[in-house]
Design a binder for this molecule. Structure first.
Ligand code: HAM
Length: 520
């Protein structure tokens, strides 16, 4: 007999079960209520989008895009081509300097051949871009072959240039569209804003969303590969600091309504295109001076993204980071005024904040205001909300210059923190368990259940008759408030017995009286 296979949810993903899902619903309903009082409407977005959308918005060099996205090709028929392409790229990078071009060239010839045969059997459609890339590659191959095998320097140089041109072409070859499971939703909201011409609506457009996001991170408490966000974005109109403050006020109001205590708001301004580059260069110069006191990750970031060094949580790096120049002292006058006004507007709204000059956030699209909210009970993954301003993102994605600001709450973490603080509301109880016995009573039991459910009560109607003792035991286990006992006597007399399970007391009611009694 075949061995039974036990399937498990994939690492980093979870099933959310009752009664916990009642808390999830409560949180989402509350978001809907609070956000609508601030004039936000819900947007529902696709779970996957073109990979390029995320690469362009979040930044190709960020951890999220370079390491954590779940990406796949739209047409599975091209996966063998993708593998060959990948091998060719690797082979060029590893061996070309050692001089093994023959194998590399043979691989490329096979790749071109395979593309052509797939197209003949209609497994692949060769678009105009792919067609011209293939033709160019074929030309380079022909040119390479025409060159003699002479070892003359200028010929060798020419050949190595041709090989490098081929490698670049291979790297850029695209056999099919690539799509990714969304790692966040800001990029999608911006894409939707452009796609639906929302710039012609009254501005700003205020949208919120809830749903799963996907990042291939190392799972731990509060960090999952499929996690849920509740987010909101304000697009268009002005970049008035009052908008930044109102968006933050909305999150804090939402947290307060849920009873989340101890939420701490950190804010910062990371400047704009005018002032940030000079600060980043200054930071880089200062970091180079202390490079030997930093760990490899931070050392690498001096080159790639010096701002991210400020994110480091490593104990040994803290004294070094504390002495680095702070962006607040290097903001241009427009950014400094904007930041001052955001703080003033927060005070007006009674929102307490802490300034944190090291809050730079890990996604490339931010400018000026950034913020993060931490909550207790979460251990190291304690950021429960992150957000900021991203004027310019819509333009990068092909839209008109448009202002933007928003946030996303990690719903999994929010729920964890509420649970740790005992703030989960009691899940809905079962009101009535219909204990029926005897074939003749079944019709009445069905009618009673329909009437009670119609009046809004939660009712359990067992599918088959049970002895009353067993039925009452079951009702108790389910936590029912009442058992409605229906036997032959009750049906014949029209007097139904209602048992209060907490004290065992019983009373008799006619059908209309019973409903009236329960509604009290
Ligand atoms: P983010 O900081 O990458 O920002 O994510 C926002 C929140 O999502 C985090 O503070 C955290 O609570 C939660 N989160 C992120 N990754 C995970 C994970 N692996 N497991 C559980 N929770 C996680 C954004 O996503 C931006 N789109 C926010 C935004 C909207 N900025 C402007 N508008």
């Amino acid at each position: 007999m075949a061995e039974k296979q036990r399937f498990q949810a994939i690492k980093g993903t979870r099933d959310l079960l009752p009664p916990e899902t009642a808390l999830w619903n409560h949180v989402e309903r509350t978001a809907n209520e609070i956000f609508s009082t601030f004039g936000f409407g819900e947007i529902r977005l696709p779970i996957f989008e073109p990979t390029e959308l995320f690469a362009r918005s979040i930044g190709a060099d960020t951890d999220v895009v370079s390491k954590e996205m779940y990406t796949f090709v739209e047409n599975p028929g091209v996966s063998s081509l993708e593998e060959l392409r990948h091998i060719a790229v690797q082979m060029y990078a590893l061996h070309i300097k050692d001089g093994f071009p023959d194998f590399f060239l043979a691989l490329i010839r096979s790749l071109i051949h395979l593309v052509q045969s797939k197209s003949q059997v209609r497994e692949l459609e060769i678009g105009s871009q792919l067609q011209s890339d293939l033709e160019r590659m074929q030309l380079i191959l022909n040119e390479y072959e025409k060159l003699s095998s002479s070892e003359e320097l200028h010929e060798k140089e020419k050949k190595s240039k041709l090989l490098s041109d081929l490698a670049i072409k291979i790297q850029l070859l695209r056999f099919s569209d690539r799509v990714s499971l969304r790692p966040e939703a800001t990029a999608s909201v911006c894409r939707a804003y452009i796609q639906h011409g929302m710039h012609s609506l009254p501005q700003p457009v205020k949208l919120y969303y809830t749903g799963p996001m996907f990042r291939r991170e190392r799972p731990q408490k509060g960090r999952y590969r499929q996690f849920y966000q509740i987010g909101a974005e304000v697009l268009g109109g002005t970049d008035a600091p009052a908008i930044d403050a109102e968006v933050i006020e909305m999150v804090m109001t939402f947290f307060a309504r849920l009873g989340l205590e101890g939420a701490k708001l950190d804010i910062n301004s990371i400047g704009c295109r005018e002032c940030r580059p000079a600060y980043v260069e200054l930071l880089r110069a200062e970091l180079v001076k202390v490079k030997d006191q930093l760990q490899p990750d931070s050392q690498r970031r001096i080159e790639t993204n010096p701002l991210r060094v400020l994110d480091s949580k490593l104990e040994s790096e803290q004294p070094v980071i504390e002495k680095l120049p702070r962006i607040a002292e290097h903001l241009c006058s427009a950014c400094a005024a904007h930041y001052a006004s955001v703080k003033h507007n927060l005070v007006l709204r009674n929102v307490a904040y802490h300034e944190n000059w090291r809050l730079v956030r890990g996604l490339d699209y931010y400018m000026r205001t950034t913020f993060e909210i931490t909550a207790p009970g979460l251990g190291s993954q304690n950021a429960v909300c992150g957000g900021g301003r991203y004027d310019g993102l819509i333009e990068i994605l092909g839209g008109l210059p448009t202002k933007g600001i928003g946030f996303a709450i990690g719903e999994d973490r929010l729920i964890l923190s509420l649970q740790e603080a005992g703030k989960a509301p009691a899940p809905r109880r079962l009101d009535v368990y219909v204990a029926w016995m005897g074939e003749k009573t079944y019709d009445t039991a069905v009618r009673a259940a329909r009437a009670l459910r119609g009046a809004g009560f939660a009712v359990e109607l067992p599918a088959s008759a049970q002895k009353f003792g067993k039925a009452l035991g079951h009702a108790d286990k389910l936590g029912a408030r009442y058992a409605l006992i229906l036997g032959d006597d009750e049906v014949a007399s029209g007097q139904w017995t209602l048992k209060t399970l907490s004290d065992g007391s019983q009373s008799k009611f006619t059908e209309p009286d019973l409903l009236a009694h329960l509604k009290l």
